[in-house]
Design a protein around this ligand. Structure first.
Ligand code: ADP
Ligand code: MG
Length: 455
């Protein structure tokens, strides 16, 4: 390890103690010291990291850095693609300091304390959204206002918004209010109804007060505002007042502002003037990471085999809600058929029938299995079994071949549906039938016949 690495290691060990762990993981765990000459060049992963570190952490970075090196370095943050090369040797000299975080909570926030940055698992698909959310949590009302988080249902928008709120009430004495759009609309319409009866000036004042006297407004699922023109008007005024007073506003939606239906243009313009971040469906790696994280936090007695994690991650691709729902289902199933180690067979059984909805794909493997089994007078269980007699193995090859031909499923997924077979086994079945068809006219006809039955 060279000197530069040692300095960086020391730097990390100190800053780790001076800031909280989420801040450390988000801003520093992937950064590295690239070079040291007149300036210290630190490489960071995204532009959000760069901006936020410059804005919020520069003093502490310089302070620690210079105390380690005994030199007044100018710190330069760069992205991977901006690197320049320079290096220097230095002596080390370590100073350690204590950390302190103010702890003040506030009255009714509607925040769910279970949704935090600590238990939000980060991967490629949500890294930008998470970093931006934490930047806002650390500097509310400063940089990204409003913050607009959008993406499909079940990807973690609500979780991230609560995490921002929880972070702010823990570290500042700002007043935070979380509301979802439906509640805002219901509350506002209720107000109008009693207003028409002529007796609620107090209630109106209380409503206005509530929204005007906060420092941070978190409003979830803003797409529902499209259905409520009167509430839109009220929200527009609320938004402007908060915004003009530099209060932080955080909004979520299933679509980007421009694609929101029935939303007035003046609101779209407001939403567009801050930062918009898109959150994407998790890739396989993130799905597995989330499952493992959830398992670790569940203190579940049985252990869960790696195939099961693979299986769930492969079958529940569309969103995190379904993914963790599937895990819960498997665990619940195991409390009935108790096993020390949850096996793939049990997981497949537990998720039977639910996977269809969960993945939202055109998966017809189950149907193909049924039709092929029928045609050859064997059972679906036979097709999934390990039995190798030709009267079963041959129909199995055909069912696998048709699953590949007629669905969009991956080899891995097909293997899973056929009793947890390896993808190379799946591939060899497909190759075998492919080859046989070419030399065996009768087989080609049989396949056509089965295809017709599937239509
Ligand atoms: P959305 O608001 O986008 O529909 P939610 O925030 O309600 O989605 O997320 C659905 C569920 O998935 C919640 O239980 C949430 O805690 C969980 N979840 C989503 N993303 C993550 C993540 N990256 N790490 C851990 N849990 C997550
Ligand atoms: Mg939500």
């Amino acid at each position: 390890m060279d000197n530069k690495d040692l300095i960086w290691e020391k730097f990390l060990s100190i800053i780790k103690k001076r800031i909280n762990s989420v801040g450390y993981d988000t801003w520093f765990s992937e950064a590295y010291l690239y070079s040291l000459s007149d300036e210290a060049v630190i490489v960071v992963p995204t532009i959000t990291h760069k901006k936020h570190l410059e804005e919020k952490y520069m003093d502490i970075i310089e302070d620690i850095f210079n105390s380690i090196t005994g030199t007044n370095f100018i710190i330069k943050l760069v992205l991977e693609n901006e690197i320049e090369k320079k290096e220097i040797k230095l002596n080390d000299d370590l100073i350690d300091e204590e950390v302190g975080v103010p702890l003040v909570s506030y009255k009714k926030t509607n925040l769910n304390p279970d949704y935090t940055f600590e238990n939000f698992v980060v991967g490629e698909s949500n890294r930008f959204a998470q970093a931006t959310a934490l930047a806002v949590a650390e500097s509310p009302g400063k940089m990204y206002n409003p913050l607009f988080i959008y993406g499909n249902s079940g990807l973690g928008k609500t979780h991230l918004m609560h995490a921002i709120g929880n972070y702010i009430i823990k570290t500042t004495n700002k007043r935070v209010l979380y509301t979802n759009t439906d509640d805002f609309v219901t509350e506002f319409l209720g107000l109008n109804r009693s207003f028409n009866k002529g007796n609620n000036l107090e209630k109106v004042a209380a409503f206005k007060d509530k929204y005007n006297n906060i420092d941070v407004l978190i409003i979830d699922d803003i797409q529902y505002l499209g259905n409520a023109p009167k509430s839109q008007e009220e929200f527009f005024h609320t938004f402007n007042k908060l915004f003009d007073n530099k209060k932080q506003i955080i909004i979520s939606s299933d679509n980007s502002p421009d694609d929101l239906k029935n939303l007035e243009d003046r609101l779209k313009t407001r939403f567009n003037c801050g930062l918009k971040v898109n959150i994407f469906p998790p890739d396989n790696e993130l799905r597995k990471k989330i499952l493992k994280n959830k398992i670790a936090n569940m203190n579940f007695e049985s252990s869960i085999s790696e195939d099961v994690i693979d299986y769930i991650a492969n079958t529940c691709q569309s969103d995190v809600r379904n993914l963790t729902g599937a895990l819960t289902r498997v665990c619940a199933y195991n409390t009935v058929f108790y096993q020390d180690v949850i096996t793939l067979d049990l997981a497949i059984e537990a998720l039977k029938g639910t996977i269809h909805n969960a993945t939202n794909t055109t998966n017809d493997i189950v149907k193909i299995q049924r039709v092929v089994a029928n045609y050859y007078n064997v059972t679906v269980e036979d097709l999934k079994s390990k039995r190798r007699v030709s009267t079963i193995a041959f129909p199995r090859h055909i069912a696998i071949y048709l699953s590949r031909l007629l669905t969009d499923e991956s080899l891995i997924r097909i293997g899973m549906e056929f009793g947890g077979r390896d993808h190379t086994t799946v591939m060899s079945s497909i190759k075998k039938i492919d080859k046989d068809i070419k030399s065996n006219k009768q087989l080609a006809e049989i396949i056509e016949e089965i295809k017709k039955k599937l239509e």
